[in-house]
Design a protein around this ligand. Structure first.
Ligand code: NAD
Ligand code: UFG
Length: 338
């Protein structure tokens, strides 16, 4: 199949493109490069020995999309393109609704016009909201989101569900990711945040490689076993494989929803300690105040993806941390050379 991967030059996108190419699919990547990199795609080509058709452009650009769908026989779309920083979304809500919601809307309109009705959408565990009991299950209703980023994901989920109700040609899978970390085993591609990392894993890796002095652990007084927040971290290559499984199952009309997580929670302190043990690096840290909007603990019920997609996370925490460190050590400044 020829797959359009929007946001394919970003963190999850590049790892998924590796899986797609190795699975025999053809790939067209559309990315504005606002948070992705051309170098990352060159490295994907190096890993796979296959060429990627890359189009630099914006997912909100309808004329560009129309042209793209005429030039390429796209059978399905994996839609990663979007903005993802929770804190920034509170400061710039309009930018988040524009890119994430309006961008998805324009993409769907262009797909409909081109007769392409299959989509896998990057959603997030954040749509379960603030009050959901753990583990999160797909049968639960979406909850109250605490920031525009989360709201934008919930809105797109709703839009795609309404679309599938209205037009039985659409086949859509919503993948609710938990916390992806890790990197391709080659160390060639990985997570390369711009500026100060918002997320735990890249922050730990940048402290270990000497780019940052110490990690601030946001709160040690949560009602968890060691007082720090608990999350369900999964290997980005497992997440990538989940997209290929979701793509193969896009055979029936309507919306399907799957959690992609391991089903196990890990605390921040456990992450730091395990990283130190696995890599032999020291990660100095201090306890800082809680970060606004953080929930104490959540993890996935990952059973539905296993039952229906035949997918489950295969790689354990040690592999996630080894692979993160290999990437960071080989690329101390990310994709910037030197
Ligand atoms: P990323 O920022 O590395 O990748 C997103 C890509 O989209 C980037 O390459 C960026 O340049 C591109 N992009 C942004 N706006 C665009 C636009 N208007 N037009 C075209 N391209 C555009 O992020 P990621 O971690 O790879 O996340 C991919 C998707 O998964 C996002 O939709 C994100 O919200 C979602 N998600 C990520 C996480 C996570 O923890 N990383 C968790 C849940 C959901
Ligand atoms: N944390 C720290 N210090 C840091 C960074 C994070 O202590 O420097 C803590 C956070 O307080 C939280 C945990 O590490 O307890 C994980 O934080 P992340 O920012 O890595 O991940 P989140 O669970 O907050 O959010 C991530 C994505 C969201 C997505 C959510 C659910 O960033 O986009 O997972 O999928 F919605």
């Amino acid at each position: 199949m020829t797959i359009l991967v929007t946001g394919g030059a970003g963190y999850i996108g590049t790892h998924t493109v590796v899986e797609l190419l190795q699975g025999g699919h053809e790939v067209v990547v559309l990315d504005s490069l606002v948070n992705g990199s051309r170098e990352a795609l060159h490295r994907v080509e190096g890993i796979t020995g296959k060429a990627i058709c890359f189009i630099e452009g914006d997912v909100r650009d309808r004329a560009l999309l129309d042209e793209l769908f005429v030039e390429h026989s796209i059978e399905a779309v994996i839609h990663f393109a979007g903005l993802k920083a929770v804190g920034e979304s509170i400061e710039k809500p309009l930018a988040y609704y524009d890119v994430n919601v309006h961008g998805s809307l324009v993409l769907c309109q262009a797909m409909a016009a081109a007769g392409v009705h299959r989509m896998v959408f990057s959603s997030s565990a954040t749509v379960y909201g603030e009050d959901a009991p753990v583990p999160y299950m797909e049968t639960m209703l979406r909850g109250r989101t605490s920031n525009p980023y989360g709201s934008s994901k919930a809105m797109v989920e709703q839009m795609l569900s309404d679309l599938c109700c209205a037009d039985k040609r659409w086949m859509v899978t919503l993948l609710r990711y938990f916390n992806p970390i890790g990197a391709h085993i080659s160390g060639e591609i990985g997570e390369d945040p711009q500026g100060i990392p918002n997320n735990l894993m890249p922050f730990i890796a940048q402290v270990a490689v000497g780019r940052r002095r110490e990690l601030a652990i946001f709160g040690d007084d949560y009602p968890t076993h060691d007082g720090t927040c608990v999350r369900d971290y999964l290997h980005v290559m497992d997440l990538a494989a989940g997209h290929v499984a979701a793509l193969s199952s896009l055979q029936h009309a309507g919306v399907r929803i799957y959690n992609l997580g391991t089903g196990h929670g890990i605390s921040v302190l456990e992450m730091v300690n395990t990283f130190e043990r696995v890599t032999g690096q020291t990660v100095p840290f201090r306890i800082a105040p809680r970060r606004d909007g953080d929930l104490a603990a959540f993890w996935a019920d990952a059973g539905k993806a296993e039952r229906e997609l035949g997918w489950r996370a295969e790689r354990g925490l040690e592999a996630m941390l080894h692979d993160t460190w290999r990437w960071q050590e080989q690329n101390p400044r990310g994709y910037v050379p030197g």
